[in-house]
Design a binder for this molecule. Structure first.
Ligand code: IMP
Ligand code: MG
Length: 172
């Protein structure tokens, strides 16, 4: 049986998400903001984050899949669902669960730029450094980690563990 070691409790996540929501609300005051969640992993984080924000926001989603092993991105990224909103002239904040190699986010940003938004920023629940393959700037982060495979609060391993309220290190 894989072992789960808690990295962030639900209370700790709650505090960090609230702080981040305050900062984003301040930074985007009086600007037209759209949050774009990356399915499936970011939906839990996005739903908490948006409800703690104090400015009006729109939301949309993209879904990407990377056909690699269960625990690493292959870099062969396919857009399974695109945004349906018009991004022209809007400030986009991409909301992701975790940035690992950076390949997914780099490809997604390149794609979203083609819709001519006013700006694009990146918000990730987790920024994991060890396996970064491409430089990828993350503007807002809840938790930074050097390595380890994390699950819970939306993050999965083979589609499992997304429903856990805390974030855990999965030791296979
Ligand atoms: P990358 O930055 O292109 O390597 O890929 C990021 C994607 O890989 C994330 O959106 C997750 O779906 C998945 N991923 C990478 N590391 C983890 C992890 O520790 N737990 C769960 N999913 C992960
Ligand atoms: Mg993902």
């Amino acid at each position: 049986m894989p072992e789960l070691v808690c990295v962030l409790t639900a209370e700790e996540i709650d505090k960090k998400v609230s702080l981040l929501a305050q900062k984003i609300s301040k930074d985007f005051q009086d600007r037209q903001l759209i949050l774009i969640g990356v399915l499936k992993g970011a939906f839990v984080f996005l739903s908490d984050l948006m409800r703690r924000m104090t400015i009006p926001v729109e939301i949309d989603f993209v879904q990407l899949s990377s056909y690699g092993d269960n625990d690493t991105s292959s870099g062969n990224i396919i857009l399974k669902r695109d945004v349906t909103s018009n991004l022209q002239g809007k400030n986009v904040l991409v909301v992701e669960d975790i940035i690992d190699t950076g390949l997914t986010m780099t490809k997604l940003i390149r794609h979203l730029k083609s819709y001519n938004p006013e700006s694009i920023r990146v918000c990730s629940l987790i920024d994991k450094h060890e396996r970064r393959k491409i430089k990828c700037h993350v503007d807002y982060v809840c938790h930074e980690t050097e390595s380890g495979f994390l699950v819970g609060y939306g993050l999965d391993y083979s589609e499992k563990y997304r429903n856990l309220p805390a974030i855990h290190h999965l030791k296979l």
